[in-house]
Design a protein around this ligand. Sequence first.
Ligand code: ADP
Length: 333
Amino acid sequence: MTEMTIAVSGLSKRYGRTPAVDALSFTVRPGRVTGFVGPNGAGKSTTMRMMMGLDAPDAGTALIGGLPYRELPDPLRVVGALLDAEAVHPGRRARAHLLWQARYNGLPVRRVDEVLEQVGLDPAARRRAGGFSLGMRQRLGIAGALLGDPQVLILDEPVNGLDPEGIRWIRGLLRSLAAEGRTVLVSSHLMGELQDTADHLIVIGRGRLLADTEVDELLAAASDDRVELRTAHRAEAMAVLAAEGGTVSVLGPDALTVTGLGAERIAAELASHAVPFAHLAPHRASLEEAYLDLTREAADYRAHDPAAAPAAAASGSGSGSGSGSDSAEEKGR
Ligand code: ADP
């Protein structure tokens, strides 16, 4: 059997003069959750639409299990997608919507009730989608994606509109789908959203690849060798550690971060100078911090690349404001 990877190669797409996706290449592998992140307007949806054959690339390919979506013999059994949770007729009842999808695609009707239960929508199965909250529409969209019991799942911002219980639920669902050996690609404009969900990350900004990395590696790189220290004797600690060659910065009234020495050495130096401390631990960066580092590097790089000078601001803000007009609010947050 072909391994169900998603292989994106040299993929490009422009709308008018703006490149939405710019020579993007990456591979999404089975058995893990791959996060696809970048600020709003970075090109995630466009890339996912091209994977699903809904947009034609100007150049490059997006293959699923070695084939373009349109050439897959039984596409719904291979790949399920949630691209637009609003794409349900408001007058249609949840179950009827899925029944129609199942019949149209030759899928067994029993799958309808199975997926309704799987996404927790069985109590609302006979309600009209028009009265659903955004979170319920997301669940209905995910139910549709799961209908063909596909090997590959492509979900565009599935966490949008979910309440905290819903967010926990979707984390569990994505992790279990990956644990079953499926290929799971999930996008988000918020890096932190994928902190406990993704194993691997594809980070893009302005249509270009910024990073293709294991989450753990990215976090380790962003954490450097920073150590957090709590002590009521801040000034003495700073003097001792700076004299030993550490770079010390103040984090709070009794908190410091130290780089360049490592936790063991810091403990030994403080002890030998009789400076009491309460807490000493390596700093673990959040994905949000790691992302800020990444986008800062990308912005610096572009600032030094005259050919790309206009893009210098790119995703440098890092907080999700890639394109000014495409704010988080407009995406339904
Ligand atoms: P993301 O999903 O990361 O928010 P998109 O793929 O939606 O990004 O958008 C990438 C860029 O392409 C943005 O600048 C967006 O405005 C533009 N874009 C997306 N779809 C269209 C379209 N149908 N027509 C014109 N521009 C588009």
